[in-house]
Write a protein that binds this ligand. Structure first.
Ligand code: TPP
Ligand code: MG
Length: 626
């Protein structure tokens, strides 16, 4: 057998460049490039391999390791998990900076391949710079932190081990049920060691991405249960979009009349103006979806993880006889809520169910009720889009202007703070890939970095990143990368001088927004100043910060200025930051839902005791779906 003498790093890079994924007969390269920040732990290993053969994997420079994993997650989501990016780091802090990004990708079931550098396999120069020694275990390094946040983990102790490790890594990454972060920790000496790699290992390899189907018995049982239901409801999750099942879902609900509520990852499954579209469901849901959910007798979850936000902490489905049918490619999720598990691909499974439900539909009254609620909800959106609130605008108006000035296929990106909830409720989605809110990990700092990954995956689309001041302060450095790469982002920086989301949560729990305003220390404390009597604001100018990164900056103080700014941003070819201040107290209400956040059982504070009483009352509605 022919063999090629390569370093472990060179062999790995060659292998990655030769991997393809194929679904429905369409073949594409799986690894779209490699982000990297170099240090002694990877500069002469993977760094050398990328330098020696730059045509194999495009190298992208990032500012922050966590951010580059976020970008990789955004990219993979935008590619419907049919493509991924690689991230290489040095050892120690460079490596552990990726742990948060790794968890985010795994929670959201998105493929990313991490190659953190690791300490010497030979242990010769131990302890090396940045090595954390564990006195009781010689084979532990900081990279063991990646184990619980990865779907697959290996450490490449010897160069020939690249062969099984790379094959296993790719198997997991392309597997729609298993996918998430894959970590191959790469000891810095091994990266540079040579081995005779078989040519067969380096050949082009096409991984077929299947559309598995549940068995006949499960499909028949599901059809029987749906036919018997009077008020069925579909909850569409991210799986609908990843499986490219949105058209199939539309046909399914037009034939059957079953209305659709959407999770954060599933938003965009059905256009906002479809008569069966109830919009967002759960804690951040619409009254349309939450009312239908309350009485539903059968809930069909498609590609959803059933998080507490979707189920309103298990209070959303109040019909005592409610049952669940779960279509999911992962049996782990399909089994939730004691549902009838249809383990399979969303698109093919919905197709089969459509056939089996031929001639059946919900009654006309129920169909009309859903359509009426859907229309009433859109009136509420319109109201919130046009509040004419002053002197500072309300956040909902900002979202309204961005929505109405963006094209249907443009992409809105967000992750943490008060905007994800408002977007979930209010964003009018017109394209399955037009809504990108990371709410599995809801990680502050994802917004700009994730937006960069979205743009890398679909450079032909305009990308609108909505970011709060808190998230901006946490991680905004990838603005520099977006400018370096000529990948334009339109960043709308919504400033309310601190944490609006946690501030109002805190107030609702009796703790008066403690620690959520950005203010000077006063009378010895921070955060004890009240919303009614705040300490002076901090002299921070985030727009100036963005300008210093090289972004074009537009400052808007009114909704009209925001509108003009957004129109001007469209003509720019580089990243633009539009800074706008909003009234932190002009929030969007919640609509007939509840979120379980425990309140102190005993407290000196009267407002906390009151909140506890309300909490205990609300918790009585929490159910177990067994
Ligand atoms: C990394 C991280 N740390 C903490 C949190 C908890 N958290 C959720 S929202 C939020 C405040 C976000 O502030 P900002 O971006 O200004 O948005 P706003 O709430 O003001 O809309 C915090 C601290 C989080 N989601 N992510
Ligand atoms: Mg804020």
């Amino acid at each position: 057998m022919k063999a090629v003498r390569l370093t472990a790093a060179q062999a790995l890079v060659r292998f990655l460049a030769a991997q393809y994924a194929e679904r429905d007969g369409v073949e594409r390269r799986f690894f779209g490039g490699c982000f990297g920040i170099f240090g002694h732990g990877n500069v002469a290993g993977i760094g050398e391999a990328l330098y020696e053969s730059p045509e194999l994997l495009t190298y992208y420079q990032a500012r922050n390791e966590q951010a580059m994993v976020h970008a990789a997650a955004g990219y993979a989501r935008m590619r419907n998990r049919l493509g991924a990016l690689v991230c290489t780091t040095s050892i120690g802090p460079g490596a552990t900076n990726m742990v948060t990004g790794a968890a985010l990708a795994t929670v959201n079931r998105l493929p990313v391949l991490l190659l953190p550098g690791d300490v010497f396999a030979s242990r010769r120069p131990d302890p090396v710079l940045q090595q954390l020694e564990v006195p009781s275990a010689g084979d532990v390094s900081v990279n063991d932190c990646f184990r619980p946040v990865s779907r697959y983990f290996d450490r490449i102790w010897r160069p020939e081990q690249v062969i099984p490790a790379a094959l296993q890594a790719t198997r997991v990454l392309v597997n729609q049920a298993e996918t998430g972060t894959v970590t191959l920790a790469c000891p810095q000496d091994v990266q540079a060691e040579a081995y005779e790699f078989p040519a067969e290992f380096l050949r082009k390899r096409v991984w077929h991405i299947a559309r598995p189907l549940p068995d006949d018995a499960a499909l028949s049982e599901a059809a029987t249960r749906i036919r018997a239901a009077r008020r069925p409801l579909i909850v569409a999750g991210g799986g609908v979009i990843y499986s490219e099942a949105t058209e199939t879902l539309r046909r399914f609900c037009e034939q059957t009349g079953i209305p659709v509520g959407e999770t954060q990852a599933g938003k965009g499954s059905l256009r906002y103006d479809h008569p069966s579209a109830l919009g967002a469901i759960g804690v951040t849901g619409t009254f349309a979806a939450n009312r239908i959910a309350a009485d539903a007798d059968l809930v069909i979850g498609v590609g959803t993880r059933w998080t507490d936000f979707t189920t309103a902490s298990k209070t959303a489905f109040r019909n005592p006889d409610v049952g669940f049918v779960n279509i999911n490619v992962a049996d782990f999720d399909a089994a939730k809520h004691a549902g009838l598990a249809l383990v399979g691909d969303a698109r093919t499974t919905l197709d089969r169910l459509t056939e089996r439900l031929e001639g059946w539909s919900v009654d006309d009254g129920y169909r009309a009720e859903a359509a009426r609620l859907s229309a009433q909800w859109d009136d509420e959106v319109e109201r919130l889009y046009t509040l004419a609130h002053g002197p500072l605008p309300a956040q909902s108006e900002v979202l309204g202007v961005v929505n109405s000035l963006s094209e249907p296929t443009d992409v809105v990106v967000c992750a943490a703070g008060s905007m994800p909830g408002d977007l979930h409720k209010l964003w009018r989605t017109r394209d399955p890939k037009g809504y990108h809110v990371e709410y599995g990990y809801s990680c502050m700092g994802y917004e700009i970095a994730g937006g960069l990954g979205v743009k890398m995956a679909m450079p032909e689309r305009e990308v609108y990143v909505l970011v709060g001041d808190g998230s901006y302060l946490m991680l905004s450095s990838e603005i520099v990368t977006s400018i370096q790469e000529g990948l334009k982002l339109t960043i709308v920086l919504v400033d309310n001088h601190g944490f609006n989301s946690i501030g109002s949560l805190s107030r609702s729990l009796g703790t008066d927004g403690f620690g959520t305003l950005y203010r000077y220390r006063r009378n010895g404390s921070i955060g004890l100043d009240s919303d009614a009597d705040p300490a002076p604001s901090l002299p921070v100018d985030l727009a100036a910060n963005a300008e210093s990164f090289g972004a074009r900056v537009i400052r808007a103080t009114t909704i009209d200025e925001l509108r003009t700014g957004l129109a001007a941003a469209k003509t720019e070819t580089q990243t633009v930051v539009i800074a706008v201040e909003v009234d932190r107290y002009a929030g969007v209400p919640s609509y007939e839902s509840w979120w379980d956040v425990p309140v102190a059982e005993v407290s000196e504070v009267e407002s906390v005791r009151d909140a506890r009483e309300q909490y205990e009352a609300a918790r009585r509605d929490e159910r177990r779906h067994l």
